[in-house]
Each structure stands twice: as structure tokens, then as C-alpha cells.
Design a binder for this molecule. Structure first.
Ligand code: PBG
Length: 330
């Protein structure tokens, strides 16, 4: 039945007070949805603020337990770890070394705060001297030879105790390669969260600064997705699910809300969205200039990502949002 129109219908009636608005609010952010990305660096007693991402730090392993304790106490269920190795090489060896920086960090966290879900980013770009997400031959990132190294990295993370592995490289066939390597090594219960629709985005700029992972030549457009494409994202997601992904991700989030909605509508697997570094830093910068209210802007952005259909949100604001949700702010 169509509603009678004005003056019988007045939508403002239900907007008058905060309690009325609360009663009819359609989307609620929850701390349960949040995944907090963190950077782990070599050294001792390091808590090094990332210039391009104020409020986020590179942590040395010895300082992780206290930070993880705080994250868990805030009610955040999961973290995503990125490693910044001591040394990089052509084939990203530290990415799959048993005593690599991420592997050591995972062991430390699992020992200190075992209930916290530790997700590891599986990629080579933080570990390669050229900054690309795979091995290079004739100036090109090679797909199939890279799969073997990604599978090794995933197995080494699982062996260290990672609860979930998250491949972010965008090579074809990586989910299948990782699934079969995990299973062959006794990790058949380790889920894969695949960065399924990951676009070649300008919004990764601050992250590459933080992880020192900018490509030394060329760019990532030969493997990450072309931003104008929508149908291709659905193909990527379907392929990853067919290869065994337990959860899929859309990344970045804010410029791709339409993709999040379509992915949500096409599949029943949990959908994650990555509110990436550039989406965080541009709000931070504007807030520092006094041009907008950071917390309100952050909550509005994250709520829009949830409203678009994301079940899980990776965000550098996780701790601030957890605190705000506790304080009943929004
Ligand atoms: C690694 C990776 C990147 C991000 C997550 N995993 C960088 C990239 O692809 O260049 C970006 C995260 C962010 O910007 O917050 N491949």
C-alpha cells in the first residue's frame, strides 16, 4: 500500500529526538565487525608513529603483547598483521621464513593474548627489494612462480599460529594454491580471507609509506583491478569462492561501496571491506586543519561501509571506534 502523501505523511516526525532516531535506525556499527591492521617492525622497544597515518604505529615484537591486550580489552575481535622486514630481496625471502618478522609476531601474540584472532596479510611486496607483489622476470610480475611462494608464506603463518590467512597479491589461482598447501600441511582448519576484489588504487599511498612497499618501477595495474570495472569484481569474487575462500574482501571501501553491495547480494560468504590508509589519512589531515570532526566523519564512513553490505570492516580507526561505541557516542 502506498503511503498517503503530505500533509498526512511527515518523515520528520520520526527524526525529532535521539530516542526516536535510535528506534528507527537501520544500520548499527558494532565492535564485533572490526579488524585492526597493524605494522610490525624490527628492533626493541619501538613504537614509531607513521607520519602519513597519525595515530598508527610501527611496533616492535616486544611491545605487541601490551598493545594486543589493550585491543582485546576494547572488545576488538581481530587484528591484521603486516611485517616490515630487516632486509628485502628479489624474491621476498623473509615473507616465508619460519623466523620472519610476522611469523615471530604471531607466535608472540598467540602466547600473550590467545583469544585475539590474528589474521596475516599474505603478500610479497613488503619483502621484495623491487616492491612488487610477486617475483619478476623480464620486467614482469610472474604469476605461477609466485603462487608457490605465497603458499609457502601462508603455511609459515599458519605454522606460527595465525588464525586466518589473507592473500592480498591478486595473482590468479592463489586461493587454490594456498588452500591445497595449507591442507597438505595439516592446516585444513585455517580459513582464507581473500582480498578478492582489490583495485589498483591511489588510496594505498600512506600504507606504502608505512610499509616501505612502493613499487620501485612501474605500478600494480598489471595485477590489481582496474577501478572502472564492476562485473570483473564479481568474477574475481566468484573465482576465489570456487577456489575455496572462506571470506572475501573488497578493497578499498569508500570509492567501491557499489561493489560491496553487489558482492553482498551475490554470495552468502562473509564480506569484508578494507577502509584503507588513504581513506583514513585524508580525514585525519582535514581534521588536523580543523576542517571536519574526525570521529563523526569516521563513524559516518564506517557506517556507510556497513550499510553497503560489509559484515567486517578493516580500519585504522578500530580502537577509536571501539571507544566511541562504548561511550555511547552514536
Ligand atoms: C599488500 C597490501 C597493500 C595494502 C594491503 N595489503 C598495499 C598495496 O597493495 O600496495 C594496502 C592497505 C592500505 O592502504 O591501508 N599488497
Amino acid at each position: 500500500m502506498p503511503q498517503p502523501s503530505f500533509p498526512i505523511t511527515r518523515l520528520r516526525r520520526l527524526r525529532r529526538t535521539e530516542n526516536l532516531r535510535r528506534m528507527v535506525r537501520e544500520t548499527a556499527l558494532s565492535v564485533d565487525d572490526l579488524i585492526y591492521p597493524l605494522f610490525v617492525a624490527p628492533g626493541l622497544n619501538v613504537k614509531d608513529e607513521i607520519l602519513s597515518m597519525p595515530g598508527n604505529y610501527r611496533w616492535s615484537i616486544d611491545r605487541l603483547p601490551a598493545e594486543m591486550e589493550e585491543i582485546a580489552t576494547l572488545g576488538i575481535p581481530a587484528v591484521l598483521l603486516f611485517g616490515i622486514p630487516e632486509a628485502k630481496d628479489e624474491v621476498g625471502s623473509e615473507g616465508y621464513a619460519d623466523d620472519g618478522i610476522v611469523q615471530q609476531a604471531v607466535r608472540k601474540i598467540e602466547e600473550a593474548v590467545p583469544e585475539l584472532i590474528v589474521i596475516t596479510d599474505v603478500c610479497l611486496c613488503e619483502y621484495t627489494s623491487h616492491g612488487h607483489c610477486g617475483v619478476i622476470h623480464d620486467g614482469e610480475v610472474q604469476n605461477d612462480p609466485t603462487l608457490r611462494l605465497l603458499a609457502k608464506a601462508a603455511v609459515s603463518h599458519a605454522a606460527a599460529g595465525a588464525d586466518i590467512v589473507a592473500p592480498s597479491d591478486m595473482m590468479d589461482g592463489r586461493v587454490a594454491a594456498i588452500r591445497s598447501a595449507l591442507d597438505a600441511n595439516g592446516f585444513e582448519m585455517t580459513p582464507i580471507l581473500s582480498y578478492a576484489a582489490k583495485y589498483a588504487s591511489a588510496f594505498y599511498g600512506p600504507f606504502r609509506d608505512a610499509a616501505d612497499s612502493a613499487p620501485q618501477f612501474g605500478d600494480r595495474r598489471g595485477y590489481q583491478m582496474d577501478p572502472p570495472n564492476r562485473r570483473e569484481a564479481l568474477r574475481e569474487v566468484q573465482l576465489d569462492i570456487d577456489e575455496g575462500a572462506d571470506m572475501v574482501m573488497v578493497k578499498p571501501a569508500l570509492s567501491y561501496l557499489d561493489i560491496i553491495r553487489e558482492v553482498r547480494d551475490m554470495t552468502d560468504v562473509p564480506v569484508a571491506a578494507y577502509n584503507v590508509s588513504g581513506e583514513y589519512s585524508m580525514v585525519k589531515a582535514a581534521a588536523q586543519m580543523g576542517w571536519l570532526d574526525e570521529l563523526r566523519a569516521a563513524l559516518e564512513i564506517l557506517t556507510s561501509i556497513k550499510r553497503a553490505g560489509a559484515d567486517l570492516i578493516l580500519t585504522y580507526w578500530a580502537k577509536d571506534v571501539a571507544r566511541a561505541l562504548r561511550g555511547g557516542d552514536w
